[in-house]
Design a protein around this ligand. Structure first.
Ligand code: BGC
Length: 764
């Protein structure tokens, strides 16, 4: 069940919270975040509240606060806070007599609106409406307005500015803060980190009324404020606007004050509504291709899917290859803003299929991370490129070495995922290849892809151990996707993915020798024993151990999993509102030695390589592993949904799909407080398009094998295949494919088993 109400009006969809339940303050701050792929501002209320956790995050602004810390996404100064006094009485939602409270997020525009009706001790019948959005037209801009009306004439006093006292849960990243006012109206702070990074913000306020007096500016430590005072007649709405411009970088590549002043001056001139119109126009260009239309879906489903896509846009630095997508997007401090396999396996498919230029940027980010991956391989005694489990900006490993202290023992447990979770390297190559199949972008391969293939294949050959007795390669001592099992041998997911990684490298680089000998020679110069390496890859492919289904059709998750004992009373933990509650009753070592999964593991494998397994095997393994899975990671349900859709078990697929829809929106107020679940939101798109529509990329065609949920009558969406937008319409009895423009490059589709060349509209 979801906590928020849903409304659709004039084609706009809203998630609504219609009462102030303080238990949900932090959750809703996350879920209703204003984000545009460059910055994210949590949906904290303007006036300070007891439960709040304010935050603004800017993509790529990572900093390491000390020798014992890892780099983290910096929680930047706050520009949302406003101290509002009416007739000299402070508005405080924790203490005032609240008559009404309603806040809503328009999931198509990201605009947040809050309406508060309250009585203060002296002044009654006050209505405060606030709105704000992070612009898609100019991603550095946050536009904000408040409207105050009351039954009596009032004097409104607003104190607002830039609050630089924000920290990452107590850790401060800025070394130096300079604050000043330009032209008696533009408040400005420039914060610098000790590594040369700069964060600048300038803000300007205006109103639809003349101020009673000139604003009075003041400084507090690391902060700057303006005090504004206005008189407003009863029942006349008084409006106050605040426009803020945010930039980060180093002193060389950051906007200068004059330019920022001009932008803000224009904002003041054209006003909130016009800025909003421009923002929506920019956003609509994306929705034009992104919006999924489903006939037969409930309004709630439509809102949940659109919400997921709003955040996919909001979390992704689509315009650059300098950064990638964090596990919590730009909505919170969780996971320190680090980037995991979530980006390639869960989030990228949407971009690869609809906005491949964005996927290209995300992959190029990984290309830039090759240096960090090579360093990591060397550090562990391998060769080639071993991608880190968690990265921030530079591409080097950022996984903390130790988890939080155990308060009883005073000792911290080791975080093994940074040391042993190696599948991320193959995941990146899987995503790269998916991108290549969808786009045919040979240039990407030439510029970046071939090198990534070569380096990763070299790594896997070194990572695997040849076991002479068995005459096979094995991958020993790893962690697979299920992080409740550590130090295991031959994790099925890892072995198969490594195989796929080396296979792509082997086939592509061997073909290069025949098809583009000049390019091959360049690589042969760079890697002087390339031919030997290719032979090694061939041997690896012949000899790598790929766990097969046993007599009961169960694919062993790893060598020891099937011999472990079951977790007693597993339902208690599956039904618990508290995530990872099993770790409250059992030590990590005990959990590691039981048949209990944190998240999809073998099911992930079925999901990614469905062609390898027959229907019966998939069914058996989904059942077998699901019964042992706690879904303690948000990545789990969507994976189960896609695997079930693949084999046509639509009821079960739909059940898991519904669970994924609720991950950030459910009634559990403890969920999502430190940020949204980026991967799960990407997974929602995967469920609909890769799962129910059955879209799969192949080298020469895109396959569509739909299996729609019973209630859905029609599903419409766009795919971009080989540079060509194609509108897909899946009905119960026919499929219509319509290219958007004249076809320039051959595009083929395999529909329900048969391949068609798309030349004009196809009705099948
Ligand atoms: C999951 C990982 C995931 C990470 C970030 C962990 O809890 O086990 O698979 O990559 O969260 O979302």
């Amino acid at each position: 069940m979801i906590y928020y109400k849903v409304k659709k009006e004039e084609n706009q969809i809203y998630l609504i919270e219609d009462k102030l339940d303080k238990r949900y303050t932090s959750k809703t701050e996350t879920v209703f975040t204003q984000c545009n792929g460059y910055l994210g501002v949590r949906a904290s209320y303007e006036t300070k509240m007891l439960q709040e956790s304010r935050g603004m995050f800017v993509t790529g602004l990572y900093h390491k606060a000390g020798a014992h810390e890892v780099s983290e996404l910096v929680n930047c100064p706050d520009i949302i806070e406003m101290d509002i006094c009416i007739n000299e009485e402070k508005v405080n939602l924790d203490t005032c007599s609240l008559k009404g409270f309603r806040r809503s997020l328009n999931v198509m525009t990201g605009e947040l609106e809050t309406i508060v009706n309250c009585d203060l001790e002296k002044t009654k019948g006050i209505c405060i409406k606030t709105r704000r959005f992070a612009s898609m037209k100019n991603r550095h801009l946050i536009c904000h307005m408040i409207e105050v009306s009351s039954e009596e004439d009032i004097i409104v006093h607003i104190t607002t500015g830039i609050n630089g006292q924000i920290t990452n849960s107590g850790v401060t990243h800025f070394d130096k803060v300079e604050a000043r006012v330009f032209d008696k109206k533009y408040m400005h702070t420039e914060n610098s980190c000790d590594d040369g990074q700069v964060f600048k913000v300038m803000t300007v306020c205006s109103s639809n009324r003349d101020a009673s007096q000139e604003p009075i500016f003041g400084l507090k430590r690391r902060s700057i404020y303006g005090n504004y005072e206005y008189t407003s007649k009863s029942n006349e709405a008084f409006q106050f606007f605040k426009y803020s411009f945010v930039d980060t970088g180093t002193n060389e590549n950051i906007a200068d004050e004059e330019t920022i002043k001009q932008v803000l001056g224009t904002c003041e001139k054209i006003g909130y509504e016009e800025l909003r119109r421009e923002h929506i126009e920019a956003f609509d260009k994306l929705w034009n291709y992104a919006k999924i239309e489903i006939e037969g879906a409930t309004l709630e489903e439509e809102a949940e899917i659109t919400f997921a896509q709003y955040h996919l846009f909001g979390m992704t630095p689509s315009y650059t290859s300098e950064y990638s997508v964090a596990a919590k997007g730009l909505t919170g401090e969780g996971y320190k803003g680090h980037i995991f396999w979530d980006a390639e396996i869960f989030i990228m498919p949407f971009f690869t299929s609809v906005f491949p230029e964005v996927a290209r940027n995300l992959l190029q980010f990984r290309y830039k991370g090759l240096a960090g991956a090579r360093d990591k391989a060397r550090e562990y005694g391998y060769e080639g490129a071993m991608y880190p489990w968690e990265v921030a900006k530079t591409g080097k490993e950022e996984t903390p070495l130790y988890a939080a202290l155990n308060i009883h023992t005073g000792k911290a447990g080791k975080v093994w995922s940074g040391i042993k979770e190696h599948h991320v390297t193959a995941d990146i190559i899987y995503a790269l290849w998916d991108y290549y199949k969808m786009t045919g972008d040979q240039k990407f391969l030439l510029d970046y892809g071939y090198e990534m293939l070569i380096e990763t294949a070299i790594f896997w050959c070194k990572r695997a151990t040849f076991i002479p007795d068995k005459n096979q390669y094995e991958i020993l001592d790893v962690i697979g996707p299920d992080e409740y099992t550590e130090h295991i041998d031959n994790n099925a997911y890892t072995n198969y993915m490594a195989y796929e990684n080396v296979k792509i490298a082997y086939e592509t680089i061997s073909a290069l020798e025949q098809e583009l000998p000049k390019i091959y020679m360049e690589f042969a110069k760079k890697y002087d024993d390339l031919e030997d390496k290719i032979s090694e890859w061939k041997l690896f492919l012949e000899k790598i151990y790929l766990p097969k289904a046993n007599r009961e059709l169960v694919i062993p998750q790893d060598d020891s999993f099937l011999s472990k004992k079951l977790l007693p009373n597993i339902e208690k933990y599956r039904n618990s509102q508290v995530k990872q509650s099993v770790l409250l009753d059992y030590s990590r070592d005990e959990v590691v030695n039981m048949q209990v999964l944190k998240q999809a593991d073998v099911v992930m494998l079925l999901n990614m390589m469905p062609h390898l397994f027959d229907e019966e095997t998939v069914k058996k393994n989904v059942q077998y592993y699901e019964q042992r899975t706690l879904h303690d990671s948000s990545l789990s349900y969507c994976a189960h949904a896609v695997a079930c859709a693949e084999i046509g078990d639509i009821d079960l697929a739909y059940h898991f799909f519904e669970k994924s829809l609720e991950i950030d929106l459910d009634t559990n107020y403890q969920d999502s407080i430190d940020g949204i679940h980026s991967a799960s939101l990407g997974g929602i798109w995967n469920c609909v398009i890769r799962g129910f529509a059955g879209v799969k990329s192949h080298m020469n065609y895109v396959e569509i094998t739909p299996n729609l949920p019973k209630k859905w009558k029609k599903l419409k969406f766009y795919l971009k295949v080989k540079g060509q937008y194609v509108r897909i319409e899946i009905n119960k009895d026919k499929i219509i494919l319509k290219p958007e423009n004249d076809i320039e490059q051959k595009v083929s589709f395999k529909i329900n088993g048969q391949v068609y060349l798309l030349e004009k509209e196809l009705v099948l």
